[in-house]
Design a protein around this ligand. Structure first.
Ligand code: SF4
Ligand code: SF4
Length: 109
């Protein structure tokens, strides 16, 4: 069954733990990594209403931690996200969980 990571970016607070964990675990060079957190905004789109989000973006260097997950472990970025905004699991299950939610992205390989 296909695996995926559900990114609930409304809960991301830009701590960068996912980036550091991925970089250290995989030995990636500075600036590289399987996940990068980008800022969207801030801008005011209506009086008193703001768009401002941090959005974890998964790159070509992400293999969904194939080695770790083959051993039954969580991807290292998921394990180190204290906000619990990254969830690893079966694609269909996560897609069902994402249904109707705003500010979520489903990342699959
Ligand atoms: S799943 Fe693994 S390889 Fe992909 S971003 Fe997370 S830590 Fe990096
Ligand atoms: S570890 Fe979680 S809260 Fe921190 S930047 Fe990454 S996704 Fe966002």
């Amino acid at each position: 069954m296909a695996k995926a990571i559900l990114i609930k970016y409304r809960d991301c607070f830009n701590c960068h733990s996912c980036e550091v964990a991925c970089q250290m675990h995989n030995g990636y060079k500075p600036g590289q990594g399987g996940v990068k957190v980008n800022a969207v905004g801030p801008w005011e789109y209506a009086p008193g209403k703001w768009e401002f989000d941090y959005v974890p973006f998964f790159t070509e260097q992400c293999d969904l931690c194939a080695e770790r997950t083959a051993l039954g472990k969580l991807p290292t970025c998921v394990q180190h996200c204290e906000a619990r905004c990254l969830e690893y699991g079966d694609f269909e299950e996560l897609a069902e969980r994402a249904r109707g939610q705003r500010k979520v992205i489903l990342q699959a390989l």
